[in-house]
Ligand binder design. Sequence first.
Ligand code: ADP
Ligand code: MG
Length: 583
Amino acid sequence: MSRRIQILPEPVAQAIAAGEVVERPASVVKELMENALDAGACRISVELKAGGLQLIRVIDDGEGIDPEDVPVALHRYATSKIQNPEDLFAIQTLGFRGEALPSIAAVSQLTIKTRVPGSVSGTQLICEGGEVKRLTEAGCPAGTEVEVKNLFYNIPVKRKFVKSIPTELRHSLNHFLRLSLAHPSVSFQFAHEGRTLYAYPRTDAPGVRVEAILGKEIYRHLRPVEFEDGEIHLRGFVSLPSFSRGSGDGIYLYVNRRFIKDRVIYKAILEAYRHVLPGGRFPVVILFMSLPPSSIDVNVHPTKAEVKFKDSERIFRTVQGALTSALVSPDAPGERDDGLGERDHAASLNEVSPLASTEPFPFSFPGVGGDRETASVVREAVTTGWEREPPPPFRILGQVQATYILCEGAEGLILIDQHAAHERLLYERYKKDHETGSLPVESLLIPIPMELSAEEFLVLMSYREEVKSMGFEVDVIGERMAAIRTLPKLTEPFDPKGMLREFLEELSFVKREGKGREAIHPMLVSLACHSAIRANFVLRREEMEELVGALRPFHPSLTCPHGRPVFFVLSPEELARQFKRKG
Ligand code: ADP
Ligand code: MG
């Protein structure tokens, strides 16, 4: 009888273990960058091809590896960073498990070139699927270059789990950015398909790095925090109430310079902002905590993305306390200093519109409803033959089918299509903003890479300026590959890639070389369409008042930008006729 339990052959065991550490190209980028940082590098360069599936190359100018240590580094649990079990509780480096290099080597074709500064020659090691093929003396610059080709070439199953090139690239960029944020004194560079996407020169001021990564616009709304409580030390940057985001993506947490995800700290941050930001909005927070290594366990996760605190309650209190006092401190710069913050928009809206509630509306937008100047601009454009000024207000009777607003006015019974109406108002507003170059734009923390069809790519190349004028700043980062750097700032969440695709599709219909208005109009229409309140959306009374108030000056023949009517009017005469009353 054959034995049922068998020890797995070495290649299978290696592949299983590798799977824990190397999930996708981004894991390799992270591990190699961490090794470079642990080696004390001052400059780190990362190069990828095909999102890292074809090639990942990380070059550093760190301490290098001694020739006799090079093959050893590829053994599982081979590390220069700890020696004794108790060292596990005093970890100062990013790595310590000695798993990364062997795991990466097991699933790729790997080459290491390394030279210790001061020694005459270096070492080159070539490895395939975990097997050393060549180990030679080689001339190379001081430091280490690790090249990883054809990741998962020997594990086809794993390759199937890998997503598209843009998705994989985005994961790698995430790691690159997180590590760059935490190490301002190191200069970093990232290139894809030979194009440099980021280059951050070294700096002594952490704020300079934060600004370089997050952009001027976001940095303007940040203020530094610094806090000490015994051996817990916190420093970083937190956003003022004048700025918020629709997701928690802008929260970066580091413990002893290691990027981590941690529910306790996350909750503490949100708690500090609970009365500061409206529901569903999130701050930007970059928080570096330093703690004695003995008060945390970093060895709880194969990729070290989580840590365990000995006293998590204390961490919670410290973080919440530090942020709360940073946010309420009297020297907090005025939130209204520039008038651009989202809350400011809501506030100014409320000031001019006595009917508005104190909460920002889901569809509120600067100028819509409250901005008399816009109203008059729009009026000029679309009211012909509307003489009364100002017209008496409509009386709102209610919402019908969560889609129409029913009103009564001098004209009779009036039904308003809420989507068409809002879309029209937004269109006019965006058009005006576009003309004056003041369309609100939001810079992304991490650009969104996307793959385009050959046709889309060509359209983008001919209309890049026009697309940019609509808020989409797009970089070309490879053959048919683009990265979205900024987005139009809309009041409703939207799918950026979907909208850019829609723009490109619209633009492909524009007559060749048809620039200017011809190209802009369809994009304005889709921008308005995406941000307008939908049909089948229940509106609060105040929201209806707001919308109807903004529409009042317009002629009943007003249409939405697609040409559908906004109003349906049933005159008193028509009503009388229907009920067979004598007029
Ligand atoms: P760990 O980082 O957990 O120690 P790795 O498998 O990532 O394990 O690396 C194994 C060893 O190889 C490290 O401990 C270090 O001594 C050496 N090493 C790896 N990369 C570099 C590098 N870029 N520069 C210098 N030494 C390196
Ligand atoms: Mg390592």
